[in-house]
Design a protein around this ligand. Structure first.
Ligand SMILES: [Zn+2]
Length: 57
């Protein structure tokens, strides 16, 4: 399985948080509520976010 956790940075407010790369639900910024990740039947689609770090484990 190629599932992993990713550290993503919100493009709107700069807040960083860790999320599951293959999430099956919308992930929103904990700080400003911007939509960061959207489920896409596999690896989630980045919306207002960029990947800062990937954890392969
Ligand atoms: Zn934010």
């Amino acid at each position: 399985m190629a599932t992993k956790f990713i550290k993503i940075k919100c493009m709107k407010c700069g807040n960083s948080q860790v999320a599951f790369s293959h999430t099956n639900k919308d992930i929103r910024c904990q700080k400003c509520d911007a939509l960061l990740l959207q489920p896409k039947g596999g690896k989630a689609h980045l919306v207002d976010a960029e990947i800062e770090e990937e954890y392969n484990d």
